[in-house]
Design a protein around this ligand. Structure first.
Ligand code: PEP
Ligand code: MG
Length: 576
């Protein structure tokens, strides 16, 4: 039995598909002149195979997610059709009398070197596309084609060293029953995506890829992070029973979908949804979301060849705001960076990406990209209740600078006679310890705060949210985090602005008793699937209960004591 970190609810039982994302090394050897034609043929066949594999993936991804996520695959096809790459490799085979793998490696190296000195970020991003396509041809040449995650013949549980958030777009087919990875932490974006898609997942298993082979049976529990290889009959019974219980529980939760999230003594809590794609709004509303509290717009930028245009932004946001009308939508401006890296937007590898040019920092240094998004948001604001939220704010300067750019965009729209909501509300994510410490100052500049506990915990406890080796330190109920949340809420209340939580912490029923009593948080935004369960908890408690619980919690000095206390209180509540 393996123990990792459960990041997406549910049980998956199936066959392993071991996915290898590593590069293949080419080995050089000389060939006889008489074999040159065969070697060229072998290379051309590998190119053709790569092309049909990518076209097939393109077809599936476009069917599942719509055309806008397939740009990257179009780029790959264009590279595969590029005569220079083909001709150079064929020339290498013929002139040097070397194997196709080596000739391909040499021509790829010389191509990618051309991009090294290029200033333009987009062109530099092409280098990675070429490397990925080169790897695909190389895999076909060597007989190890790269599996596409949308490409499964049968239903499987994917096992991989790591899965990028951008890989998860390929997991929309019903064929991926679940996935497990060596790497990753509780709030890695890959996990958040899996949860959004309803795929059970366990990450941070360290070396599971070295322990399994394709075809092994596997059972995965995305709740408690347990993974069992080649489960016995008894194991299977246990997992199947849990799966059934889970299904029953989900059905039961569905029954309270239309009931208010209200404590027994009548306090209403607003439960909203975090989404990553605009086509999630239907399911978010079905889970009972009272609005969209966080739209992570990064996925509009990932996996495409060109930047989204103003029109792309506008249409996407308009679809959401009209789809949830009259409920509100918070659009977070681009938060690229950290574990959501994108080769095209941020091709420079940073030593500490979580502390690098991410979130608002990226937008303030790429003003045109920022302005395009802001124009799209403002135009869509004419069609409903839209709000803007800036990520990764660390001080007042960033808010002022962002607002200054926003003002310029508003002025332009006004001059062009384009309608928008002139009173659009502006909020910030409180996710850096610095923002917590100056929350009283920041509260005077904005209309609302949303506490991004995923990052706040990472930065406050100095523990990488995607690093399984320090996952034990990633403790939402750590006294320092609770004090920070209290500081932020009291600063917000003093200035009379709204404050909510949009990190995963707010969607975990384990934390809810404490959060509601902590500085009177009345807005939570979470993964839509967590809404019914959180609502169920809220309907079981009174504000008086939670205030008492928080008083005791805040007097405890260690996270272990707090966790133990919270566990006992929840047990009491469930058995009442
Ligand atoms: C957070 O940091 O808590 C948050 C909501 O944003 P993300 O998980 O996208 O970084
Ligand atoms: Mg964040």
């Amino acid at each position: 039995m393996f123990k990792g970190i459960g990041v997406s609810h549910g049980i998956a039982i199936g066959k392993v598909c071991l996915v290898d994302r590593s590069s293949i090394c080419a080995v050089k050897y000389k060939i006889e002149k008489s074999r040159i034609d065969d070697e060229v043929r072998r290379f051309i066949d590998a190119v053709e195979d790569s092309k049909s594999q990518i076209k097939e993936i393109r077809k599936r991804v476009s069917k599942d997610l719509g055309s806008k996520y397939v740009y990257i695959l179009d780029t790959y096809i264009m590279i595969l059709e590029d005569e220079m790459l083909i001709n150079e490799t064929v020339k290498g085979i013929k002139e040097e009398c070397v194997n196709a793998d080596w000739a391909l490696k040499v021509s790829l190296d010389s191509f990618t070197r051309l991009f090294d000195g290029v200033e333009d970020e987009y062109l530099r991003g092409r280098k990675v596309d070429i490397q990925q396509v080169g790897n695909q041809i190389m895999r076909n040449l060597t007989g190890y084609p790269q599996e596409s995650l949308s490409d499964m013949d049968e239903s499987v549980v994917i096992v991989a060293h790591d899965i990028a958030p951008s890989d998860t777009v390929q997991m929309t087919s019903k064929k991926v029953l679940g996935f497990v990875t060596d790497m990753g932490g509780k709030t890695s974006h890959t996990g958040i995506m899996a949860s959004g898609l309803g795929i059970p997942a366990v990450v941070g298993l360290k070396d599971i890829t070295t322990k399994v082979k394709t075809g092994d049976s596997i059972a995965v529990d995305g709740d408690d992070g347990t993974v069992v290889l080649n489960p016995t009959k008894k194991d299977l019974q246990h997992f199947l029973k849990k799966q059934q219980r889970y299904k029953y529980y989900e059905e039961k939760l569905g029954e309270i979908k239309d009931l208010p999230a209200e404590t027994k003594d009548g306090c209403r809590i607003k439960l909203m949804a975090n989404i990553e794609y605009s086509n999630e709004i239907c399911s978010a509303l079905n889970y009972g979301a009272e609005g969209i509290g966080l739209y992570r717009t990064e996925y509009l930028y990932l996996n495409r060849r060109e930047l989204p245009s103003e029109e792309d932004h506008f249409l996407d946001y308009k679809k959401i705001v009209e789809g949830v009308h009259p409920k509100s939508v918070v659009i977070r401006t681009l938060d690229i960076g950290g574990d959501k890296f994108d080769f095209h937007l941020t091709p420079i590898k940073e030593a500490n990406p979580a502390l690098g040019l991410r979130g608002i920092r990226f937008c303030l240094t790429h003003v045109n990209i920022f302005k395009t998004q802001l124009r799209g948001i403002l135009r869509a604001s004419h069609y409903g209740n839209l709000q803007i939220m800036y990520p990764m704010i660390s001080g007042i300067e960033e808010i002022r600078e962002a607002n200054h750019i926003l003002k310029e965009v508003k002025d332009d729209l006004r001059q062009e006679g384009i309608p928008f909501d002139k009173d659009i509300e502006i909020g910030i994510l409180i996710e850096t310890p610095s923002a917590v410490m100056v929350a009283d100052i920041l509260a005077r500049e904005v209309n609302f705060f949303s506490i991004g506990t995923n990052d706040l915990i990472q930065y406050a406890l100095a523990t990488d949210r995607v690093n399984e080796r320090v996952a034990y330190l990633y403790q939402p109920l750590h006294p320092s985090i609770l004090r920070m949340i209290e500081m932020v809420t009291s600063a917000a209340h003093k200035e009379g602005i709204r404050v909510g939580i949009c990190g995963e912490m707010g969607g975990d029923p384990f934390n809810i008793l404490i959060l509601l009593g902590l500085g009177e948080i009345r807005e939570l935004s979470m993964n839509p699937r967590s809404i019914p369960e959180i609502k169920k908890m809220i309907r079981l408690i009174t504000l008086e209960d939670v205030r008492g619980i928080v008083d005791t919690t805040m007097s405890l000095i260690s996270v272990d004591e707090i966790n133990e206390f919270a566990r006992k209180e929840i047990e009491k509540l469930s058995s009442a």
